[in-house]
Design a protein around this ligand. Structure first.
Ligand SMILES: [Zn+2]
Length: 464
């Protein structure tokens, strides 16, 4: 076997030649591995070298003859430019599931009512969503079993981005600073598992797999080499794995399932190299924004360019984001014009574009409204979060109680009312029941107000 130094030299040689970029090499590796003809050497090269390599496996043809393959951690820098697999999942579900089509249509009606200001979010204070992170790792690549600190770094980014406390929001052009939204959504690692036991909100599953299919959703089930989800009406399931793909060899950064889909696959998948801000997180996707983007999808947000190729007809179903032709990459310069959207152009610094992590820093008010419509609708179970983590970050219960105050009108309750923070509550079960009742009543009131708003000339029953 060659020495480590030799392997590194070969690695650099092959990188310069650039021939490892072909997916054909992956097929060769898999065939050789299946036949037991190669030995995978998990070599951790320096970050600088690693950053040059677009794919998971990096190897030299000479090594094939000797039965050796050198492998390094995946780096996403030059991966397929289809960075996110969410729309592929969406189209698959639309084709396969009548109930998904119906639920999607129902939600769009709700979102439209919110966008038209005919309905207002039920919630005025912040909500905290319990998160479970399923780390699915291949022991041949020890770094894939990421640290708890790396997981926590991701939760921190989510909380900053969804509360608009991210420091880089100062990069938003002044023409759009008034659209920066505090979405009032927070995240905390779960402290109680589905069986009621204490947990750190992290599961760790060893797998023999080296890549996962968004089409098959194999990372989301133990039976297929992944990890089973926790109940998706109580937890946001985040799976972190080495190499999610939309097609063989077509690696992506991550993907989400929009609300209304099957519960067994509900959640978000993120590549190990794009998760959090430390450890395996690798530039230019090293600031946790892939997860911000995908959780935006999980809460119903669409890509900001409208997923219509490079056309100008598609939209993101949000009214305060400019029409935009196609996705942006890297770090564009403001203004970047398309679709006659001058003088300000594309809002490429929005989390729902494809720009580098260091170049995206905002959700808009309209996007926040759509996500909150989602939390009032298909993800309303989180409003009565029975397993909300204890401590400061459990405002969902207190804000629900505040909203239940008699006399406050639904439509007159925009997001200006600060949440109360009554952390003291006894009789948790009874309180939860009461909150469930309140949520149901408010939902009914919400529906009635929506109908009345659309048909203002209706007479009350029996008074015709
Ligand atoms: Zn996306």
């Amino acid at each position: 076997m060659r020495s480590g130094a030799d392997r590194r030299e070969l690695l650099l040689h092959r990188c310069t030649a650039g021939r490892h970029r072909s997916s054909t090499y992956f097929k060769v590796v898999r065939i050789l591995a299946a036949r037991g003809r190669m030995q995978v050497v998990a070599t951790r090269v320096t970050a600088a070298e690693s950053a040059k390599h677009p794919y998971r496996a990096i190897f030299h043809l000479d090594c094939f003859a000797k039965g050796y393959v050198m492998a390094d951690l995946p780096t996403p820098g030059a991966r397929s430019r289809e960075l996110c697999g969410t729309m592929a999942v969406h189209h698959k579900l639309l084709q396969q599931s009548e109930s998904y089509r119906q639920r999607s249509a129902m939600f769009e009606n709700r979102a439209l009512a919110y966008e038209g200001r005919m309905r207002a979010p039920m919630r005025t204070g912040p909500i905290t969503i319990p998160v479970v992170v399923h780390i699915v790792h291949n022991p041949a690549f020890p770094a894939e079993n990421i640290s708890a600190a790396q997981v926590e770094s991701q939760i921190t980014v989510l909380n900053q981005d969804f509360r608009a406390t991210n420091l880089d929001r100062v990069g938003v052009p002044t023409v759009w600073t008034d659209r920066i939204a505090d979405c009032r959504i927070q995240f905390a690692l779960a402290t109680t598992d589905p069986d009621g036991n204490a947990t750190d909100g992290i599961t760790r599953t060893a797998t023999a797999k080296t890549f996962f299919s968004a089409e098959a959703d194999d990372v989301k089930a133990t039976a297929t080499g992944g990890a089973d989800p926790w109940p998706s009406d109580e937890y946001l399931n985040l799976w972190v794995c080495a190499d999610p793909q939309t097609a063989p060899g077509n690696s992506i950064l991550g993907y989400a399932q929009f609300p209304g889909g099957p519960v067994d696959t509900d959640g978000v998948v993120i590549a190990t190299t794009c998760f959090g801000t430390i450890g395996t997180a690798t530039a230019p996707f090293h600031l946790g924004r892939t997860t911000t983007h995908e959780v935006g999808h999980w809460l119903s947000l669409r890509h900001i360019w409208g997923d219509d190729g490079s056309g100008c007809s598609g939209g993101d179903l949000v009214d305060d984001t400019p029409n935009q032709a196609t996705q942006n990459f890297g770090k564009p310069q403001f203004p970047h014009l398309s679709c006659n959207n001058g003088p300000n152009g594309d809002m490429f610094m929005n989390y729902m574009d494809y720009t580098d992590d260091a170049a995206m820093f905002m959700f808009t008010t309209g996007q926040s409204l759509r996500m909150n419509a989602c939390l009032d609708g298909p993800r309303a179970s989180f409003l009565v979060a029975a397993r909300a983590p204890a401590g400061d970050l459990r405002p969902a219960v207190s804000s629900m109680a505040a909203e239940a105050t008699p006399g406050r009108g639904e439509a007159a309750a925009p997001r200006s009312v600060p949440s109360t923070n009554s952390s003291s509550s006894g009789g948790a079960g009874a309180v939860a029941d009461l909150e469930g009742e309140v949520a149901l009543l408010r939902s009914l009131l919400d529906e009635i107000n929506g109908v009345l708003a659309r048909a203002p000339h209706w007479s009350a029953p029996g008074t015709r």
